[in-house]
Design a protein around this ligand. Structure first.
Ligand SMILES: NC(=O)c1ccc[n+]([C@@H]2O[C@H](COP(=O)([O-])OP(=O)(O)OC[C@H]3O[C@@H](n4cnc5c(N)ncnc54)[C@H](O)[C@@H]3O)[C@@H](O)[C@H]2O)c1
Length: 437
């Protein structure tokens, strides 16, 4: 990929569309509005709070990221979405129970104005949902055409300059890559014949790419992670990225595991269990949707610890992940980890982590950052998979011949070096030998 020659300025308004207006999406929308009103700080958002060092450590140049690369301003963001339930964002945020009513009420008028468009939905892909706000169409292709029309209308109605889409919909059942995903022609034919390997989330991704709208996938579904849509994204000059927002337990895993490995500490097992009681938890109570999530969560350790390269240390790890739907806990998930490690001469040790986290509070700033960075990538002419945004995902998409990079610190370095590269600044290698000449 060549370095961007020029990056178009973020003129005018940027629309952010989310298929799925549940806990994550409404926490994100309400949060941005609270920040815009000066009522809260955008904690957890790299684009809003992060800095980036430029040049040598002695130069003292560390601007804020949002001042270094030209990102859309929060004041220029406009929100919209689709959901299978007709609740507006105020009702959905209230039901999700993530934010306190005192916070929701401060932005009630704003949220009430965000009403979901009818969803492209099929219960075969999310068994636990029974919604009524659903599109009708003879074929999946017709539904994708309707989504395209929604995007165009949203853009026109709100006088937007650009639009990005972030999938915040439920986790769909596990789908294996299928021959109809292999190329665009087969994919389009499969939409027309209602092939079961085409899930609703793929229709949104297809529609977005068709409208030259960058697309991010916050759930573990295949969605845009198939050759047909990758090829289509490249052809249309659209950046795409996924999958599955890295929050909670997996975030901690990708913070801790690289540390054990860096010190060559061995590991026998990692047992992770969760209790959560939100709608996402209910959807994941279905074995099909859980399987999609499980695959996404399990890959992480394998790639970080490289058991084939270090069989003595990581050759026999028992890695288990459990998710339990437990309504009293709502969105405030509890994630327990029991980690069995061993040290010098094989002596065993245990680590217990009990993370009382708030899922959507961790996910909301990711939605914001992805929307702003994808918009930047589009203005810079970057197309196809944006691996530099792996930082935000549990199952990062990458070129077919590569393995994904899961180590949070490598991901962070990659992201910041990509920004430096885009802006023609020196990359930072952390060698630093010049300070000792
Ligand atoms: N919260 C987190 O930390 C986190 C982390 C990683 C991934 N995720 C994923 O993000 C997604 C959203 O999470 P959430 O907590 O907001 O869930 P949620 O259940 O509160 O919201 C999802 C919404 O998507 C809607 N939906 C389902 N299928 C749809 C379709 N085809 N079109 C339009 N709307 C559809 C549902 O009706 C629901 O309102 C889930 O897939 C979840 O697994 C969340």
């Amino acid at each position: 990929m060549d370095r961007p020659v020029s990056i178009a300025a973020p003129k005018g308004k940027l629309g952010i569309l989310t298929p799925g207006m549940g806990a994550v999406s409404t926490t994100f929308m309400a949060g941005v509005e609270l920040v815009r009103k000066g009522e809260a700080a955008p904690v957890g958002s790299l684009t809003q709070m992060g800095t980036i060092r430029l040049g040598k450590r002695t130069e003292g140049r560390s601007p804020k990221i949002k001042d270094f690369v030209r990102l859309a301003r929060l004041g220029d963001l406009v929100f919209g979405g689709w959901d299978v339930f007709p609740d507006n964002a105020y009702e959905a945020a209230t039901k999700a129970g993530v934010l306190d009513s005192k916070d929701i009420d401060k932005v009630a008028k704003f949220l009430k104005n965000i009403k979901p468009m009818k969803a492209a939905f099929d219960q075969n892909y999310v068994k636990k949902l029974h919604g009524t706000n659903v599109k009708k169409g003879k074929t999946k292709f017709d539904l994708a055409e309707q989504i395209r029309e929604d995007i165009r209308n949203f853009k026109k109605k709100n006088k937007l300059n650009r639009v990005v889409m972030v999938w915040c919909g439920s986790t769909e059942v596990f789908l294996k890559p299928d021959p109809v995903h292999a190329d665009l022609q087969s994919f389009e034919k499969a939409m027309q014949t209602n092939h079961p390997a085409i899930a609703p989330s793929m229709l949104y991704a297809y529609a977005a790419i068709s409208e030259e709208v960058p697309f991010a996938n916050g759930a573990p579904n295949l969605t845009v992670d198939i050759p047909a849509l990758e090829e289509f994204a490249k052809e249309r000059g659209v950046p795409v990225v996924g999958k599955d927002f890295k929050t909670g337990q997996t975030l901690l895993k990708t913070i801790l595991a690289p540390g054990f490995k860096a010190r060559m500490l061995g590991m026998n097992g990692w047992f992770s269990t969760n209790i959560l009681g939100n709608r996402d938890g209910e959807v994941l109570d279905d074995p099909g949707s859980f399987k999609t999530k499980e695959e996404s969560k399990l890959g992480v350790l394998e790639y970080i610890l490289q058991p084939k390269m270090y069989p003595q240390l990581y050759g026999k790890i028992h890695h288990k992940v459990r998710i339990n739907y437990y309504p009293p806990r709502g969105d405030n998930k509890e994630g327990w980890d029991n980690i069995d490690i061993f040290g010098w001469l094989g002596y065993p040790m245990q680590i217990k982590v009990d993370f009382l986290c708030r899922d959507s509070i961790l996910a909301a700033p990711i939605v914001l950052d992805l929307a702003l960075f994808l918009d930047l990538a589009k203005r810079a002419g970057m197309r196809g998979i944006q691996e530099w945004l792996s930082f935000y995902f549990k199952s990062p998409m990458c070129a077919r011949e590569l393995y994904p990079e899961h180590d949070l610190f490598i991901q962070s370095m990659k992201l910041k070096n990509t920004l430096r590269w885009m802006m023609g600044e020196d990359l930072i290698t952390h060698l630093g030998s010049e300070y000792y000449d």
